[in-house]
Design a protein around this ligand. Structure first.
Ligand code: FAD
Ligand code: NAP
Length: 534
């Protein structure tokens, strides 16, 4: 039994920041620059968050690297050169490390340490944050940069523990890599992680068997090295890009609002899905997520490409997604995913026809056959958006647990604050654009906004800032209304929590427009919907 830490052992700080991914790094930097004392904490051994954990072969960004970058420092931008259109995980991790080195961020963090609880004390108006190592922090502000995709789903398939070979989870990949040479590999899942890793694993392994529950849409990355000219052109246009972001515009040119293209106008737009623009090409199709006609045209185009690429028509049919609108699950961006099924050493098992019955000592057994494997790769996704927050015992006013408040799904104001949890902020939390956006932009927007809110609390000599229940209810209703006008809820996706058994089915990200402008207006008008108290 561990005894309660003495008052001396409790470290008093202005803020605790949980997470050393891009959210936590920037938050710690901003607060520290402004003179706040900050304690960062991360379960990982080092910085990087997503890019620390997801080291599977082929892991890359699906937003072009030049855009998947911080914009808050010109000298940081000048000190970094991306080598490819879509950077690999090692390069993105190196970027996070570069940021940590340049701004000396590591000393602010405790690594290999998990925050297990954060409890608000009504009397002191402060948060008591405890770690799994027994450290206790007494903090005025608590900022959760815990990540939307940071709690990997580990295999709960019957018999998983009995497997005698090696098993790996994409989101917890070993640091010294995995040798697939000459091995029989089972890959379970066909989301982005599997779609990125499968072609590289197949190039090495003796045999790859992919276990697919739902076929997925994927767009070609057409990845290339970045030329000096491309980098120079981006740098030249950067001031415009930055000013667009700062004013709450998307930062990339999108189709004019209200334009509903005719079938003739649509055809060339849809073809752009195959030009390497990935998710940006999808965003360039007006009304993609609001019009069935337009979505069907885009989906049909991709389905036709799959049939062209995959030589065996039966296999092509199995790989063709039909059960949800394109982009209602995050579309994947791949290199040679569909073409790899033409290799002799790759087999697809369609779990809709023959479901998995068990993992055995020697492989995977479905209702149709037993597939021997030396290695199983689990690419099962994440307990997204709420998982990391609910793993922490967060208690607000009256000792109320966030787990209870969110038992029917997450409720937030703007995805950044929760009624009843004063001075606690969530970076890219549910109810904000978050995972539907370029996350680096959304992280920066939230960190900047949270920082300004904290400054406002200081300037007004307030003690606490908290979302009002009314503002939160109105926001939750608005988030749902916006989602209901789109095709997103038609997919059983992780956006709605459908991938985690028992998780409430609520569409979590915010799909409406003008989010940043709204946040900025709320701040400019004196933090409308927030109560400030002394
Ligand atoms: P994370 O990077 O997830 O960091 C959160 C950190 O918090 C983790 O290190 C975790 O260990 C720590 N943590 C959580 N809970 C605790 C706790 N209780 N105690 C201590 N530490 C804790 N987004 C894009 O926009 N474009 C992309 O191309 C893209 N590619 C992706 C590829 C993969 C494989 C994955 C999984 C996600 C991708 N994303 C992408 C989303 C990605 O998560 C974000 O872009 C971004 O990296 C999130 O940064 P973050 O700091 O918010 O969270
Ligand atoms: P995911 O998209 O949730 O995919 C998980 C896969 O596992 C799905 O195919 C799912 O099938 C399958 N699955 C889950 N449980 C299963 C079970 N019990 N039996 C059989 N199959 C099962 O997860 P992810 O691939 O890790 O990607 C998650 C998100 O992370 C992405 O959407 C993206 O936002 C981000 N990401 C981005 C990149 C990138 O390209 N930059 C790469 C990786 C991840 P069902 O579809 O039937 O549920």
């Amino acid at each position: 039994m561990t005894s309660a830490p003495s008052t001396d052992a409790i470290r008093t700080v202005d803020a605790v920041v949980v997470g050393a991914g891009f959210a936590g790094l920037y938050m710690v930097h901003k607060l520290r620059e402004a003179g706040f004392t900050v304690q960062g904490v991360d379960a990982a051994k080092d910085v990087g968050g997503t890019w620390y954990w997801n080291r599977y072969p082929g892991a890359r960004c699906d937003i072009p690297s030049l855009l998947y970058s911080y914009t808050w420092s010109d000298e940081l931008r000048d000190s970094w050169r991306w080598s490819e259109k879509y950077a690999t995980q090692p390069e993105i991790l190196a970027y996070a490390e570069h940021v940590a080195d340049r701004y000396d961020l590591r000393p602010a963090f405790l690594f290999e340490t998990k925050v297990v609880s954060a409890v608000f004390n009504e009397e002191t108006g402060r948060w008591r944050v405890e770690t799994d190592k027994g450290q206790v922090f007494d903090a005025r502000f608590c900022i959760m940069g815990t990540g939307c995709l940071s709690v990997p789903r580990v295999p709960d398939l019957p018999g998983a523990a009995s497997f005698k070979g090696k098993a790996y989870v994409t989101g917890q990949w070993p640091h010294d890599g995995v040798d697939f040479k000459g091995k029989r590999v089972a890959i379970i899942g066909t989301g982005s992680s599997a779609i990125q890793s499968m072609p590289l694993i197949a190039a090495d392994a003796a045999q790859v068997t992919v276990f697919q529950r739902t076929p997925n849409f994927s767009l070609p990355a057409l990845n290339t090295p970045l030329t000096d000219e491309e980098v120079a052109a981006f740098n030249e246009a950067f001031p415009i890009y930055k000013s667009l972001l700062d004013s709450g515009e998307p930062g990339i040119p999108l189709p004019p609002k209200g334009w509903v293209p005719s079938d003739e106008e649509l055809a060339p737009l849809v073809e752009q899905l195959w030009n390497g623009g990935g998710l940006i090409s999808a965003a360039m199709i007006p009304e993609l997520m609001r019009s069935e006609r337009i979505n069907d045209a885009a989906a049909d185009f991709v389905r036709a490409r799959i049939r062209e690429i995959v030589k065996d028509p039966v296999l092509a049919a199995r790989l063709t997604p039909t059960s949800f609108p394109i982009a209602a699950k995050r579309a994947c961006v791949d290199t040679d995913y569909f073409a790899t099924y033409n290799r002799d050493n790759v087999t697809l098992v369609d779990l809709r026809e023959t479901p998995i019955e068990a993992i055995t000592e020697t492989g995977v057994r479905t209702s149709g056959a037993e597939y021997p494997a030396d290695i199983i790769v689990y690419a099962l996704g994440f307990d997204a958006m709420t998982g990391a927050l609910l793993n922490i015992d967060i208690r607000g006013r009256d000792g109320v647990a966030l787990r209870d408040v969110w038992s029917e799904g997450p409720k937030t104001y703007l995805g950044v604050a929760i009624a009843g949890f004063p001075n606690l902020f969530t970076v890219t939390g549910p109810g904000s654009p978050s995972v539907l956006s370029n996350m680096l932009n959304s992280i920066e927007q939230h960190v900047d906004w949270i920082f300004d809110a904290i400054q406002h609390v200081q300037k007004t000599q307030s003690a606490l800032i908290e979302a009002t229940p009314q503002a939160q209810d109105d926001w939750v209703a608005h988030v749902n209304e916006e989602a209901d006008q789109t095709l997103y809820p038609r997919a059983a996706s992780w956006y709605v929590g459908a991938n985690v058994p028992g998780k409430p089915r609520v569409f979590m990200p915010y799909v409406g427009e003008g989010y940043k402008k709204r946040c900025d207006q709320i701040a400019a008008d004196g933090y409308v919907g927030f109560a400030l108290s002394r």
